[in-house]
Design a protein around this ligand. Sequence first.
Ligand SMILES: [Zn+2]
Length: 350
Amino acid sequence: MNTNTLPLLLIALWSMAAPAQQSSFTVGTANAALGQKATGFLEVPAGTDAATSIPVVVVRGNKPGPVLALVSGAHGTEYASVIALEKVIPELDPAQISGTVIILPLVNIQSFLQKTPHVNPVDGKSMNRFYPGKADGTQTERASFLITKEVVERSDYLIDYHGGDLDENLRPYSYWPKTGNEKQDTITQQMVLAFGLNHIIVVTDRPKDPNASRYLDNTASTRGKPAIAVEAGYSGTVQPQDVSALVNGTLNVMRYLKMLPGAAPMVKHPVWIGKVDTITSEQTGIFYPLVKRGSYVEQGMKVGYVTDYFGKTIFEAQAPAAGVVLYICGVPSMKKSDTVANIGEVVKNP
Ligand SMILES: [Zn+2]
């Protein structure tokens, strides 16, 4: 190679790697021109069951940068996470942003409207368990298919927002998916530290097959896109501190990704959770909690009990290991095999 041509070649390569922000960006019916914010819908067509329209916002920054997807309300009654993205929408000024943000603030509209926890009432399926979805499946599968194509595959990074559902008394935490891909894992670790929730679950057991990814964040991860999930809010409440933790966390991840100016303060002393123990009820009846979300318990400690309808104790729930109460059932209704609590076992080095 003639060394004289090297600088020109480098300039040519650089301009290919970092093109100017191109004109408009369209997701569903939301078409945002450069420097604009647009709203629209992902139209999920009717199939074996009804059609649905999922609201989408595209914020097209003036400056070039990555595409970040923010998705909330797969569980439509995890309200704090939905309200947090509603608050993020007006916070994002396209003039300040480098890159593009795709926001789906409420994926599971029928869950939200009908106040149905955990599932999409149209087909009874969780909207965070059927990724990457199917074009000819039920509504949840068709919606998941469209989100995979229109949102995940067109993003560089993704954050999935959850929280305690109507029956879950939950303390805030995030998930760090450790995939084994060192480069990706370094980025996602920085993303959870930038997000700012100081309890972080290390997840190592997610499916590796992109065609069987199940979860939204894992659908992005298995396609080589760094993705995290975060949880705040509990029991149907919209507490200002939960909403602001999710809003500020979002803006700080954008700072870490250089999509917003400024530096993100990183969590200095994270509590890494290496294992989550789920305690399930061995009986059907009335549940009484004995510990609060976020409290620390010793192995064998009683975290709650179940009585029959006459007040006689028929089951005592004990912590299988020492750890932090990530969430505990927040209502008296208890069926056999339902979750009583999730206990997070703390590890020193994740
Ligand atoms: Zn959820």
